[in-house]
Design a protein around this ligand. Structure first.
Ligand SMILES: [Zn+2]
Length: 294
């Protein structure tokens, strides 16, 4: 028998139909979360229960692939109370052929991979972040306009005080005209006032907007490259965090994880980290350190 991971574990006893429906429900959720791939079968995953209850076929089979590489066959037979949940070495030829055709069609349509779409809860988080970021753009616009107006109206004497240290360095002439009569100053301020909100918008809000439009998610498992032990001095400053996991280069901003090895000794056996983030703004939804439990 193949090694299972905690996601694709199958009870090691005679199975009941409750086991079957529990696993179908769990694995359907994993498919949505991107931990499992649904490889096809006699019905779609969404219609599975309904179709089975019609009993139009003698048996219904469905195929999954777990993240750990295991292929799983599930089956119910309407004449038998014992369902099938088993690991298989490869997909049956007809399912594999269907999938290859499907992949051809979907790649020609340029569709993103199954299981790599944002969930409703994640879309909600992004919407909130988007509204927040738009508020920020507005705030920043108001603040830059205020600063520009203050700069223009600031008395000449004050300007001269501000630039005295630089004047000594560069031999700048004294300012004699008020700033609002200084054309180059006005042009500079107009550029700053226009560009600041635009750059702020494109730096973040726009990326979230793109996420909300395409709903694509990046999901990756990244290796832990090395484990670093920090010196006692450093650990003391970090409230006892004495060990660092360094992750392999990845799309998210997560590069390392600090922990205390006497509190979390299991992390010393960590092999990789699973990170899920949105494609454009790289908003992180999930980060989970994976410890090889077998
Ligand atoms: Zn697995």
């Amino acid at each position: 028998m193949k090694k299972s991971c905690k996601y694709c574990a199958i009870p090691n006893r005679e199975l009941t139909s409750k086991d079957y429906f529990d696993k179908i429900e769990l694995w359907s959720r994993y498919v949505k979360e991107g931990l499992f791939e649904f490889k096809g079968g006699d019905t779609s995953l969404a219609d599975l229960r309904e179709e089975i209850s019609r009993e139009e076929m003698f048996a219904y089979y469905h195929y999954f692939k777990c993240d750990c590489g295991n292929y799983i066959r599930t089956g119910v037979c309407i004449r038998s109370s014992v369902p099938i949940l088993e690991y298989i070495n490869e997909l049956p030829a007809e399912i594999d052929k269907d999938l290859q055709n499907l992949e051809k069609v979907s790649s020609s349509l340029n569709q993103p991979e199954i299981g790599h779409k944002l969930l409703d809860t994640e879309i909600k988080i992004l919407k909130e972040k988007y509204n927040e970021s738009i508020q920020n753009v507005k705030k920043i616009s108001v603040i830059t306009i205020l600063i520009a107006v203050i700069a223009l109206l600031l008395p000449i004497e004050l300007w001269n005080i501000i630039i005295i240290p630089r004047k000594r360095l560069h031999n700048l002439p004294e300012i004699v005209e008020p700033m609002y009569e200084n054309v180059s100053m006005i042009i500079i301020l107009i550029i700053i006032v226009t560009l600041t909100p635009i750059l702020t918008y494109y730096g973040f809000s726009y990326l979230i907007k793109k996420d909300l439009k395409y709903k694509d998610k990046i999901r990756g498992i990244y290796k832990i490259e090395r484990i670093e032990n920090l010196s006692k001095m450093v650990a003391k400053k970090l409230d006892g965090l004495d060990t660092v996991l360094h992750f392999e280069k990845n799309e998210s901003k997560i590069k390392k994880h600090l922990f205390n090895k006497s509190k979390n000794p299991e992390l010393l056996k960590a092999k990789s980290i699973l990170i899920e983030c949105s494609k454009y703004s790289r908003t992180i939804f999930k980060e989970k350190i994976i410890i090889d439990d077998k």
